[in-house]
Design a binder for this molecule. Structure first.
Ligand code: UDP
Ligand code: MG
Length: 318
């Protein structure tokens, strides 16, 4: 019998978590007929509402519902990482708890995985119901820029909703970087990866935990971890500024020599140059600083998350 774990990060999801469990449970029970023993790993990412209580109740009556409580809120990506680190099944499905990604698709993902012998089945959104034009537009721009800049090609309209098999989980768990951009890393590890097209639903209840500010932080992380191009842009900017400087110096020199410019007495030109070069310098130092920030975080080597309690896992002293 093969085993499957459904990995579900949850942060303040009291409004949806029970419904998510009920719907997913039904789907997983049906998988048992196909000889697949399925578990759910809920990662409670430091919720401040009743999520913890609800998850404890679920875990108490279902030994296939495993729960990891974090000591505080560490974020969506660390929560998914914890799920993958603690998954012992032959395959895992990463899914959000807000029912935007329908759990009813899990059997189809399993089927696609088995039929195509693919290590990763990533879900591509055909329709994105209930998402604003702004969110869709920024997402589109983001993927376009990322693909221009990064070392690996990211599939568009793809979130973390996907199935990954044991081989890919093992490879993922070997990655040591602390700031994980999971969908990028799963692309990066390779193996056979196939798309699966679906319509994304609206959030069942509750609010998005990814307002614009968090989206920007997320996008910045993706960019910094997967691309060195911004550094190269700094170099190019430096060169451009350098040549502009030389050209301007020539112009002033020739001009004063041939007598067609009054640049020597000019105040505006000096100010413009100071602002321009000051801007270029601050910008490039800023970009450098961002990369140093990433290095700083990585060098500290802190764990990505801290677990307060684990329920229904095999090992002792949970
Ligand atoms: N989430 C989490 N930690 C956080 C923020 C979000 O575990 O700090 C979970 C959340 O409970 C949900 C998933 O990540 O299951 C996706 O979040 P959300 O639906 O708010 O994001 P959106 O779909 O709007 O991008
Ligand atoms: Mg959502």
């Amino acid at each position: 019998m093969q085993t499957l774990s459904v990995i579900v990060p949850c942060y303040n999801e009291e409004a949806v978590i029970q419904e998510f469990y009920n719907r997913t449970k039904k789907v997983l029970d049906s998988l048992r007929n196909e000889n697949i023993d399925a578990y759910i790993i809920f990662i409670n990412d430091g919720s401040k509402d009743k999520t913890k209580y609800i998850l404890n109740c679920i875990a108490a009556q279902d030994d296939h519902a495993q729960v990891i409580h974090f000591s505080r809120n560490f974020g969506h990506q660390p929560a998914v990482t914890a799920g993958l680190n603690n998954c012992e099944s032959d395959m895992a499905v990463i899914i959000d708890s807000d029912l935007q990604d329908p759990p009813e698709l899990i059997p189809e993902l399993v089927k696609a995985h088995l039929e195509n012998e693919a290590s990763v089945v990533y879900c591509v959104r055909k329709m994105r119901k209930g998402e604003t034009f702004f969110k869709k537009f920024t997402a589109k721009m983001f993927y376009k820029t990322m693909n221009e800049l990064s070392e690996v090609e990211f599939p568009r309209d793809t979130g973390d909703f996907r199935l990954i098999d044991k081989k890919a989980i093992k490879a993922f768990n070997q990655l040591k970087e602390k700031g994980k951009y999971i969908r990028g890393l799963i692309c990066w590890i390779g193996f056979k990866q196939i798309p699966f097209y679906y319509d994304r639903d609206e959030r069942f209840a509750g609010e998005t935990k990814y307002p614009l500010k968090n989206m920007l932080v997320f996008a910045k992380k993706a960019l910094l971890y997967f691309s060195k191009k911004p550094l190269k842009v700094s170099v190019s900017l430096g060169f451009i500024a350098f040549f502009i400087g030389i050209a301007y110096a020539l112009w002033v020199w020739l001009g004063s020599w041939l007598g067609y410019t009054g640049a020597i007495t000019g105040w505006t030109s000096t100010i413009i140059l100071i602002i321009f070069f000051g801007g270029v310098q601050l910008l490039t130092i800023g970009v450098l600083g961002e990369y140093i920030g990433v290095l700083f975080d990585e060098v500290k080597n802190r764990p990505e998350y801290i677990i307060e309690e684990k329920m229904n896992f095999k090992e002792e002293n949970e």
